[in-house]
Write a protein that binds this ligand. Structure first.
Ligand code: FBP
Length: 715
């Protein structure tokens, strides 16, 4: 490099505009970081206290009562203003504390604001309070890996996505050794309280930590985190305590923005169907919200499929005097048929494009797949237990795993009376594509959950859909509808009489706006045969060019693109809703700690309403636990909330299904939620799912929805 070019580069690099352009933090980010979320009314007071709310009841699992005795009797607690507290109460509230906080499980937008809310409230009550972050998730508690949080650290991450400040991990504190090490860490740090920010499994961790450390005097408070939206807490009478975990809104908005852009692309280029898998390990809450945000042409909801009954099959069996149990629930093959029908219906209206949303956890609701998952969980769990070795380390490759399964089938042939894996299972299992077999045999996470994000569900469905559409095309059922006016124009331009040829070419001539070429015409050869038969052509005549053009337009050339939306949305910067929600959750955590609570989950009541009505509370975690199969055995865990098929959100999506599929002449009904913005007054203030719950509550004055089914169709 010459001297002058060096000088030029140095000037360029040192120019203030260059520094500004390449800075890690841009102006928008600065504005975001500087944002101060509003606080619930009660947090505007210097002191808060807790008031038991006897209006909520829980059905308590016997096992939870047995294992979580210290915290099972906790009530729901409301955080209220501590007006005129006694000197003792003031001193207790404001005493210097040591608090530890850990992120556990997948990242969810808003986590940093939980820390910020806790930090601000704690330091406001007593600047000498120290807050430690456990690094890398629960491993940080077990290994005693911490960092003391400083104002600079907290300020750097305010209103930002991810869990970057202290990272996260998925370790389960599930044996005596890990529990003892965790207790030791808490003792050594002199912790007054431990805050676990996590999903259902992490809340399970929190409950057991609260139980174990009860006598040590270490309080444990959890925070409902997960983009999946499956921590929604109600009491036994269905009264909502926590309407939504944090991070859900942001992830749904991030996915929706990307999917809405695909809707625009699809309807511009009119040649692609986009299959979009969206995260949500089991429950389809995210897919449901994406449906409401984007009005994509088709959104599958896992919970809905599980409820499926094939009435035609049932009726047929009834006639034969038998009960067909296979008519209950959806099979993968049947599901592919449902998708194909939607594609065909749109194609018949000239729309050979569209957007399909598939929830990540859909397989959990497909009969035969669910059976495989449970059986394989049991087999792997039993192997690990009886051999005291890890199945996946012993059989690392798919071939070795397949071989092990094959050997299992022989046990039953050799006289064993019962085996969870029989020859039929093996045969059917070997029938599915290898990549899918490998997915089903993938290692469970530390909590024993099946890792749906690692399985290419969209590819499995795509292959089945492609196969079946191929068959339908051969049968002449899958065709693109030709707009009648366009047909007439093409024919007249080629000086052919549309009226003369119409009845020969189309099965619905003069009956519809979109004309369907007859099913018997599936190739140029069959087209010619039809024209010859009608006496319009001799064998040796060529087919007139306008007719060839119309025929070619009717032949579908389906192209499907698959997408996965998950990690991207999970790492997105939080929406204003999530910023405000999480900041107030952090403040709620401090109120619970400062008032002596343990074994409670911080939550905000009335999330579905405007901010002025939000009320911070503590929900007892132990009564929410129940027994669930994990790694082949029953374990006490926090119950996941799946999509309620009677909820307003689901019922509305169901009612709009036909309209959004738009298998009708005219435009699609795509909705563009826009990007996640931080400024401006028009930005959405809460998830649509919650808004609809609120409308319903206003309508009915309670949590019930109307029972009758209605649907919205047409333009
Ligand atoms: P949490 O339940 O921990 O909140 O995680 C949710 C999630 O994002 C799921 O949507 C997804 O299936 C899973 O995490 C992916 O896990 P991993 O980060 O281990 O790939």
């Amino acid at each position: 490099m010459t001297k002058s070019s060096n000088l030029w580069l140095s000037k360029l690099l040192n120019h203030s505009a260059t520094a500004d352009a390449v800075a890690d933090v841009n102006a928008e980010m600065k504005e975001r970081i500087a944002y101060q979320p509003p606080v619930c009314e009660v947090f505007q007071q210097p002191f808060t206290r807790l008031q038991n709310d006897p209006g909520y009841h829980f059905e308590i699992d016997k096992e939870a009562r047995r294992q979580l005795g210290h915290i099972i009797g906790n009530p729901v607690q409301r955080v209220t203003a501590g007006t005129e507290p006694s000197a003792d109460a003031q001193a207790n509230f404001a005493k210097a504390r040591t608090i530890g906080i850990v992120f556990s499980g997948g990242p969810a937008p808003g986590g940093h604001n939980v820390i910020a809310g806790l930090f601000d409230a704690a330091k406001q009550a007593n600047p000498r309070t120290r807050i430690f972050g456990f690094l890398m998730g629960p491993d940080g508690i077990i290994d005693g890996d911490t960092i003391e949080l400083t104002p600079d650290m907290v300020d750097r991450y305010r209103n930002l996505g991810g869990f970057t400040m202290i990272k996260t991990g998925r370790t389960k504190i599930d044996n005596h050794e890990k529990m003892n090490l965790s207790r030791e860490t808490c003792k050594q740090l002199g912790l007054d309280a431990l805050v676990v920010v996590g999903g259902d499994d992490s809340n399970t961790n929190a409950a057991f930590l609260a139980q174990e450390m009860f006598t040590d005097g270490v309080q444990v408070i959890s925070v409902p985190k997960t983009i999946d939206g499956d921590i929604q807490v109600r009491d036994a009478q269905g009264k909502v305590l926590c309407a939504m975990s944090f991070g859900f809104h942001t992830a749904a908005r991030a996915f929706s923005q990307a999917i809405a852009s695909l809707c625009t692309d699809a309807s511009s280029d009119v040649k692609y169907w986009h299959m979009c898998k969206v995260m949500g390990r089991v429950a389809s809450h995210l897919a449901l919200e994406v449906a409401l945000q984007t009005h994509a042409n088709m959104t599958l909801i896992g919970e809905d499929l599980a409820d499926y009954v094939d009435h035609a099959r049932l009726a047929k069996a009834e006639q034969a005097g038998v009960v067909d149990y296979t008519a209950y629930g959806m099979t993968l093959r049947h599901l592919s048929r449902v998708v194909c029908n939607a594609i065909m219906d749109r194609a018949s209206m000239g729309k050979n494009y569209g957007v399909l949303v598939i929830p990540e956890g859909i397989l959990e609701f497909i009969n035969e797949i669910q059976t495989y998952i449970i059986k394989l969980n049991t087999i792997i769990g039993n192997y690990n237990k009886s051999h005291d070795r890890d199945f996946h380390s012993v059989f690392p490759s798919l071939a070795e795993k397949q071989e092990y399964l094959r050997r299992l089938t022989q046990v039953i042939q050799e006289g064993e009376s019962f085996n969870v894996w029989n020859a039929r299972d093996d045969e059917l299992f070997n029938d599915i594509p290898e990549f899918f077999q490998a997915g089903l045999l993938t290692e469970r996470d530390s909590h024993g959950n099946f890792q749906f994000s690692q399985v290419k569900t969209e590819k499995v469905l795509l292959d089945l859909v492609k196969d079946y559409l191929g068959i339908l095309k051969e049968k002449g059922r899958y065709k693109i509808g030709i707009q009648a006016a366009q047909y007439v124009k093409t024919m007249e331009k080629g000086e052919l009489d549309p009226e003369r040829y119409g009845p020969v070419l189309f099965k619905n001539w003069r009956q519809a706006e979109y004309l369907m070429i007859k099913p018997t015409i599936i190739s140029k050869k069959t087209l010619k045969a039809a024209l010859v038969k009608a006496g319009f052509l001799d064998e040796e005549d060529p087919i007139p060019a306008p007719i060839i053009k119309i025929f070619e337009q009717s032949v579908p050339k389906l192209k499907i693109q698959t997408h996965f939306y998950g990690y991207d949305g999970r790492g997105s910067d939080p929406t204003r809703f999530d910023c405000i929600y999480t900041y107030n959750l952090g403040r709620t955590v401090f109120s619970l700690i400062a008032n002596g609570a343990t074994g409670q989950m911080a939550a905000i009541l009335n999330l579905e309403q405007e901010f002025a009505h939000w009320r911070p509370i503590g929900i007892p975690i132990a009564p929410l636990m129940h027994l669930e199969e994990r790694k082949g055995r029953l374990e006490l865990v926090l119950e996941k909330s799946v999509v309620d098929l009677n909820s307003p959100a689901f019922r509305i999506v169901k009612a709009y299904r036909e309209k959004w599929l738009a298998a009708t002449p005219g435009d699609d009904h795509y909705r563009h939620p826009g990007p996640i913005r931080f400024t401006g007054s028009s930005t959405e203030d809460r998830p649509i799912t919650l808004k609809l719950n609120s409308v319903n509550n206003k309508l009915l004055g309670n949590n019930q929805v109307c029972a009758s089914d209605a649907s919205v169709t047409g333009g």
